[in-house]
Write a protein that binds this ligand. Structure first.
Ligand code: GLC
Length: 733
């Protein structure tokens, strides 16, 4: 009786919550439609217009209801001043929604997203997004143009730095974590941010890895590789998406009715709004599918882009097209409804202004800096550690030679899209090592060369320093501006003369620890054999140096795993782990199979790879039930034992292969991962539960389904090695 009563109370509570939310939504719809019916045509297209920055002309346009959104306006005071014009001086008082690229932090800068994804820690990544939201919102920002959820299989593309790498399953988990972190429990919470999944869609598939370039992929690849992350963001409740610059098979993403209307707003029922990327509607003229901005505007609007960022294409000139029947006003009404709906959900009508007093206690709060350190540590990937030279033995070491153009650089750690991040907040590797080793160990620093130019004038000075040391720590890689937007590289080796400096120092026969700072996978084949250890430290944000020092001296045992493949050569690109088998899979002993004659086909470091200062042993993989119905779950477990002398975290990864399908299937696909903490000597049984529905794909008729048949499952510490087992899906009941 008691349990029934408890159940009924719980049920009533859940129904009340759902009903309450539904009533709120209905209330918002009434307000939206009421306001829409009061708006002039000019005010409608005004809501659909977004400009960057501000000036007297824009302020007058705000007064006239001709601007609905601004981006790149900084500071609570300035944002409140502009909001006051919209709310108190325009005819209908519709508040502005103010956006900014808060990608990996507002002022407390976290690791760049590609680095953070290497932590595989969705909990910490969500927390970092929450912090970024608090700091940005306290400064009067309502909306971030993040998370960037573009799959990238080509490291030449500079924007690989902004996402979670090459895998749809991991990328979807990261997308969800960031949307929930930014948006919190309610968009009306003044210290959360409206999120924006971008760049819709397949922007990372650019031919040649050249930014903004042509994308030409099959619908199956679009749906199985590029769309899942956006679907994860939409399922997590993301309020906006941003349409991309690129074309997809001849149709630009910002004029693509198939992706925007059929899939996003149709199949997925997305009820937020779509903002164009910067002038991506206006660029339809350059793409060659619109003769002028007016036609571009019609194409963007018809496709489903609701707001025009800096394109000046949604204008009063459209009124004549509505009058002559060329353009349906319902398209405009739908766009305006979507924008107003979000503004109501943000609570901007009730609370248009931010309390200007809170930013000073929130921004760069010590707790935020601590989280930045934690995420920076977990983002570091140990790629090589011969003779266990790391961690540095601070008791035996007398002198460290710290060499390289990035060893004491305060800019690179902020990475691309650094928002309000400031160099003064950054801890460099040099500072981190000094903080850590104090006067215990002598650290002699010499820059040796620059990142990009070809000057060798400081080589000798660096070599002299090296000769006085027991060990060399070289900090090299890319400056922050070498990745991110419009930063594609055709050559992925260490830039400038850095490799030459490294080779010259290697000839001294001192052991070299290479610490990489980069925004993308690099090709390291010309230096890998010359160094004893390689630590992938990316651009880790303001706590970069402390995190690197913690790893180098062993105060933190590295646990990061690559989320993007490191090729041996740029000639291998595109290269990714979840590739197809082909009819002639690579067989080194058979000439007539898929390979290069001048290079192994395997990557230098594969997806999911990362070492630890301890060792993890996998044993006893067990499939609970190896004959499954499509409504079942695959339940599989494995024992993982820490057989080393140090505690450590291991990212246990689960991959599945569909052995035979009605279309070709990847040789493996990530379908589960768990971060597991293991003390030295400890063993844990790690269990995965994978719904068979997770194995769906687009079959030969483009039906999204699971097909009965044989499957193999592999569990391990990276995408190449692990324990395997088999199971069958026996029917679709
Ligand atoms: C840029 C980027 C986009 C960014 C927008 C606003 O061109 O492509 O990611 O959010 O403009 O800065």
């Amino acid at each position: 009786m008691k349990s029934t009563f408890k159940f009924l109370v719980t049920l009533a509570f859940i129904i009340t919550i759902i009903l309450g939310q539904h009533l709120k939504d209905v209330e918002i719809e009434v307000k939206v439609n009421d306001l829409l019916h009061q708006m002039t045509f000019a005010e409608k297209v005004g809501q659909m217009t977004q400009f960057s920055g501000t000036n007297k002309r824009y302020e007058q346009m705000i007064r006239e209801g001709k601007i609905g959104s601004l981006l790149n306006v900084i500071g609570a005071e300035e944002n409140n001043r502009l909001q006051k014009i919209a709310v108190e001086e325009s005819r209908l008082g519709i508040p502005l929604v103010i956006g900014l690229d808060v990608i990996h932090g507002y002022r407390t800068i976290f690791p760049i997203p590609l680095a953070a994804s290497a932590s595989w820690d969705t909990v910490l990544i969500r927390k970092a997004a929450e912090i970024a939201a608090k700091e940005a919102a306290s400064a009067g920002i309502h909306w971030t143009f993040a998370p960037m959820v573009d799959i990238a299989r080509d490291a030449r593309w500079g924007r690989i730095a902004e996402g979670a790498g090459e895998d749809p399953f991991l990328g979807s988990a990261m997308a969800r974590a960031q949307v929930l972190g930014f948006q919190g429990k309610s968009l009306a919470d003044p210290l959360t941010l409206l999120a924006c999944g971008k760049h819709f869609v397949a922007y990372g598939g650019a031919e040649g890895g050249r930014d903004y370039n042509t994308v030409d992929i099959s619908e199956r690849t679009l749906r199985e590789i590029y769309l899942p992350l956006f679907k994860a963001a939409v399922d997590a409740g993301v309020g906006t998406l941003m349409s991309a610059f690129n074309e997809i098979g001849g149709v630009p993403a910002s004029a693509n009715q198939f992706t925007l209307q059929t899939i996003l707003k149709g199949e997925w029922g997305f009820d937020g709004f779509v903002v164009s990327d910067w002038n991506s509607i206006g660029e339809l003229v350059a793409h060659g599918i619109a003769k002028d901005r007016l036609e571009a505007g019609v194409k963007g609007l018809t496709a489903g882009v609701d707001m025009d960022m800096e394109g000046r294409c949604y204008t009063i000139d459209m009124e004549a097209l509505v009058a002559d029947g060329t353009l349906s006003e319902e398209l405009i009404n739908d766009a305006v409804r979507r924008i107003l709906r979000i503004k109501f959900k943000l609570g901007l009508f009730e609370h248009p202004y931010i309390d200007e007093s809170i930013q000073k206690e929130l921004i760069l709060h010590q707790d935020h800096i601590q989280t930045a350190l934690e995420l920076a540590r977990e983002s570091i990937v140990l790629l090589k550690n011969k003779r266990d030279i790391l961690p540095l033995n601070r008791k035996e070491l007398n002198t460290i030679a710290l060499i390289g153009p990035l060893a004491d650089d305060k800019d690179a750690p902020l990475g691309t899209w650094r928002c309000q991040g400031k160099q003064e907040d950054v801890v460099t590797v040099y500072e981190g090592l000094k903080n850590k080793l104090g006067d215990e160990v002598k650290i002699i620093y010499a820059k040796g060369c620059d990142v990009k130019n070809n000057s060798r004038t400081e080589f000798n000075k660096a070599i002299k320093v090296v000769r006085k040391a027991d060990i060399v720590v070289m900090v090299m890689g890319e400056s922050a501006d070498m990745s991110g937007e419009a930063a594609s590289r055709a050559d992925l080796s260490l830039p400038g003369v850095q490799a030459e400096l490294l080779n010259a120092i290697a000839e001294t026969n001192k052991p070299v620890v290479l610490v990489l700072m980069n925004g993308r996978p690099l090709t390291l084949s010309n230096v890998e054999s010359k160094v004893t250890a390689i630590v992938e430290a990316w651009h880790l944000g303001i706590q970069h140096g402390n995190a690197v020092a913690d790893v180098l001296v062993g105060d933190y045992n590295p646990s990061g795993k690559l989320t993007a493949t490191f090729p041996r050569s740029v000639g291998q690109i595109p290269i990714y782990y979840n590739h197809k088998n082909s009819g002639r899979p690579n067989n080194p002993s058979d000439k007539f199979t898929s390979k290069y004659i001048d290079l192994p086909s395997s990557p230098l470091y594969p997806f999911g790879y990362g070492l630890s200062y301890t060792k993890f042993k996998y044993s006893d993989i067990k499939v609970l039930n190896n004959r499954l119905l499509s409504s079942d779950e695959l339940v599989v477990s494995v024992n993982v034992k820490n057989v080393g002398k140090r505690d450590g975290d291991e990212v246990v990864q689960l991959y599945i292969r569909d052995m035979v399908g009605s279309v070709t299937r990847p040789v493996k696909e990530l379908k589960g991962f768990q971060r597991v903490a293991l003390e030295a000597g400890e063993q844990k049984t790690v269990q995965f539960r994978v719904p068979v529905q997770e194995l769906r794909f687009y079959d030969s008729d483009m039906k999204y389904t699971v097909e009965p048949g044989d499957f193999s499952v592999m569990i391990g510490g990276n995408s190449v090695e692990g324990l395997t087992a088999n199971f069958k899906v026996i029917s679709l009941k």
